[in-house]
Design a protein around this ligand. Structure first.
Ligand SMILES: [Zn+2]
Ligand SMILES: [Zn+2]
Length: 417
């Protein structure tokens, strides 16, 4: 606890320090006055009448010394602020200047009248896109091998375990139906997958100069016909581009869009067929495997055990693929009914929103009615084509060249949009 004597002592110390400071201040002031006076005299002695006149006034000498002292004080205060409390302030000022400079630099590089939040997001996610593009490009072969391996394993299991059960237990007409349906689906799946993988999606001609175009691809520096988009994974422009499919290791475009959709459709149907056909076998195998974990497991041979595991693998795989691929097929069927591709769906939605704000209605120029869209998509010109071009393997080319597009189904007035 502090006594009054100690408090008084502290006051005494403070007074002593204050006296010292004032004493130092007056000494400094005197020294300054003397120095300044001597310098002024020296300048006056060698410098002419004007200097003599100014230097002879002691008031002027004093005021000048006072100004000099004040300047020193200001300088010292600035130095102290910089050392003690102003370090953060000076750093903050430098950071602010750097931020302003960086922002100006960024704006001068990227800003134009079309810059918006989408452009900024695209720029921000450019490294992510680069990684995804490269991973998709390099893993495309792996995905194709995976599709081939899984499809082959399903076919082998069906031939080894499901078909013998059908042949042994089902009546003759059901056996005939299973043989026809199963092999028809297998043929269509293999055919369309092979064609979708090996057929080029179609690219704009590079040697022609009179190609109708709506813009110029900033990556290829070539004219872009309507419905053409650049694939960043293949690094090439694709006619009527839908998307880049890693499971095909190929772009889906004008020339192979039908193969892609038919593959999705028949693969979904094939998976549904396998899942439904092997449902009873799956339930049986599941109950056997479930009882094998009990105290007295059933006596099963190694071959039966392998068969049960294969059946479970078959049912789980085909059911999950049927659900996932079925959803994708339905989505693409909806787009085909609207006369759109996956890329155009996003563009058209944005355009429709923009026009709606202006009180206008967006119309897709490539929409010719649902049935006509499907006919154009499958290349159906006669009724027989529904059988020969849709339900059976067919390698006929799509309608149109992918460069000129009609606004009407009759193709009476072909025009580029
Ligand atoms: Zn391009
Ligand atoms: Zn591609």
């Amino acid at each position: 606890m502090e006594t009054p004597a100690s408090v008084w002592l502290r006051y005494e110390q403070l007074l002593f320090y204050a006296a010292c400071v004032s004493h130092c201040w007056s000494v400094c002031l005197c020294v300054c006055v003397c120095l300044e006076g001597r310098r002024s005299r020296r300048r006056a002695g060698g410098g002419g009448g004007g200097g003599m006149r100014l230097g002879s006034s002691w008031r002027w000498q004093l005021s000048r010394a006072m100004r000099q002292a004040l300047r020193w004080c200001r300088l010292c205060r600035r130095r102290n602020v910089g050392r003690v409390g102003g370090g953060g302030g000076r750093l903050g000022a430098r950071l602010t200047a750097l931020w302003r400079y960086g922002r100006l630099l960024l704006r001068s590089l990227y800003y134009n009248s079309l810059s918006d939040s989408d452009t900024l997001l695209d720029c921000a996610f450019e490294p992510v896109y680069w990684i995804v593009d490269n991973v998709t490009r390099w893993f495309g072969v792996v995905f194709v091998c995976l599709v081939v391996l899984l499809t082959s394993s399903v076919v082998i299991i069906v031939y080894l375990f499901v078909l013998p059960t059908i042949l042994a237990t089902y009546p003759l007409h059901w056996i005939a139906w299973h043989l026809c349906c199963g092999h028809w689906l297998l043929l269509l799946v293999v055919f369309h997958y092979y064609k979708a993988t090996t057929t080029s999606p179609g690219h704009p001609p590079k040697d022609k100069r009179d190609v109708p175009s709506v813009s110029v691809c900033k990556k290829c520096i070539t004219p872009k016909p309507p419905r053409t988009h650049h694939c960043s994974i293949c690094s090439v422009c694709v006619l009527k581009m839908d998307h880049h499919c890693p499971w095909l290791n190929n772009c889906v475009g004008h020339l192979n869009h039908r193969y892609f959709f038919s593959f999705c459709l028949y693969m979904t149907l094939g998976c549904m067929y396998c899942s439904i056909s092997s449902r009873n076998l799956f339930l049986e195998a599941y109950s056997v495997i479930e009882t094998s974990f009990q105290a007295t497991p059933p006596d099963t041979s190694p071959r039966e055990s392998v068969a049960h595991k294969c059946i479970i693998f078959l049912w789980v795989l085909t059911s999950s693929v049927a659900v996932a691929l079925g959803g994708l097929t339905l989505w693409h069927a909806k787009l085909i009914s609207r006369g759109e591709t996956s890329v155009e769906r996003h563009i058209n939605r944005k355009e429709a929103r923009r026009l709606q704000e202006k009180g206008k209605v967006f119309r897709n120029p490539f929409h010719h009615g649902r049935l006509n869209n499907w006919k154009l998509f499958f290349g159906v010109e006669t009724r027989r084509h529904w059988l020969t071009r849709v339900l059976l393997p067919s390698s006929h080319p799509p309608s149109g060249d992918g460069i000129m597009w009609d606004c009407t189904f009759t193709r009476s007035d072909p025009m580029a949009i």
